[in-house]
Design a protein around this ligand. Structure first.
Ligand SMILES: Nc1nc2c(ncn2[C@@H]2O[C@H](COP(=O)(O)OP(=O)(O)O)[C@@H](O)[C@H]2O)c(=O)[nH]1
Ligand SMILES: [Mg+2]
Ligand SMILES: [Zn+2]
Length: 309
């Protein structure tokens, strides 16, 4: 019998069989998965084979795992050579961001988009808390939307509190499995409570929240949206995906607006910083590539340099 993994705590898994029944399952033996060194063999979104010891309802065992279409991981906090798989078999990922209380930095958004490009998982950016936006934030939203939509990302403006823009998000979730992420305090739990029938995740007061240095080890969990034939994966406590495997030379491949212009650079190992005949810098000067995105590129390139590439 095959089942889908909805939650993983490391040793126990909550899985759902096709009849909609939930089981607590453990793994049996060592499951080998195509050469990945990871701290967790099975992740939310995995399709697994389930067997029952003694044929009873007790002792559901995961005995095999189906090949993943894709997966997204992060560096293990304890060991930089070990990866922790956050979720598998995703159709897309949605970044919940805000322009106020708290403001999500552009660098954070760009890193998220790079991870999506690297894992071949389409990204959508949803700015929440639009009820708090005044002219300054609305202008910034218009600017960001223009910048990201030009290079192929969908950008939405919503307010979970006022329930505006929710239908548009729901339309994008329909028939898909979507990874949900974003900084603490942006309204992920509030959003999930608003769209998942019967949910009451704890939401937090932003005022007492420091925002830095929190290392919660809460686990990803998948929820069904039956009306939309969709699933969402909630990732509490996961602040950033690792860009650890991206060499400096390849970073521009994960900026769609750069990727399409790389052939124009005079040197094929061009980092688009000081090299002569650089098509990327020409495009920035001509206003065809956003200066903000280029600055983001330079900052991220610098941070990769520090990690000994
Ligand atoms: N003004 C406003 N506050 C919101 C909105 N959505 C969520 N919040 C508040 O933002 C805070 C953090 O929300 P929460 O869902 O816990 O964020 P999470 O950390 O991303 O899960 C809570 O106090 C929510 O009530 C919104 O659309 N507008
Ligand atoms: Mg939350
Ligand atoms: Zn170049």
């Amino acid at each position: 019998m095959y089942a889908l993994v909805y939650k993983s705590t490391g040793s126990w898994y909550t899985v759902k069989t096709e009849d909609g029944k939930l089981w607590n399952a453990r793994t049996k033996g060592i499951l080998k998965i195509d050469g990945i060194t990871s701290t967790n063999p099975i992740a939310v979104g995995d399709r697994v084979k389930l067997e029952f010891e003694d044929g009873g309802e007790e002792g559901a065992m995961i005995t095999d795992i189906k090949k993943r279409n894709n997966y997204i991981n992060r560096q293990s906090p304890a060991n930089k050579y070990q990866h922790h798989i956050i979720a598998a078999n995703l159709d897309q990922s949605m970044l919940v961001a805000t322009l106020k209380d708290p403001k999500t930095s552009q660098g954070f958004i760009d890193r998220f988009l790079i991870a999506g490009e690297a894992y071949h998982i389409p990204s959508i950016i949803v700015f929440n808390k639009s009820d708090l936006y005044r002219k300054k934030e609305l202008d910034l939203f218009a600017e960001r939307r223009e910048m990201y939509e030009t290079i192929g990302y969908k950008v939405l403006n919503i307010s979970v509190q006022n329930k505006t823009g929710m239908e548009e998000v729901e339309a994008l979730l329909q028939n898909k499995t979507t990874l949900f992420s974003g900084h603490s305090g942006v309204g992920k739990s509030s959003f999930i409570n608003a769209i998942v029938p019967g949910m009451s995740l704890k939401t937090q007061d932003v005022s007492g929240w420091s925002g830095k240095g929190i290392h919660t080890t809460t686990f990803a969990e998948m929820f069904d949206l039956p009306a939309l034939h969709a699933r969402i994966i909630h990732t509490p406590g996961i602040r950033e995906f690792g860009l650890v495997d991206i060499p400096r030379q390849e970073l521009s491949h994960y900026f769609p607006e750069m990727r399409s212009r790389l052939n124009g650079c005079q040197f094929n190992n061009c980092l688009h910083i000081n090299e002569p005949g650089c098509a990327i810098k020409r495009a920035v000067e001509a206003g065809e590539i956003s200066m903000d995105r280029y600055v983001s590129y330079c900052m991220i390139l610098g941070s990769i340099g520090e990690k000994e590439y």
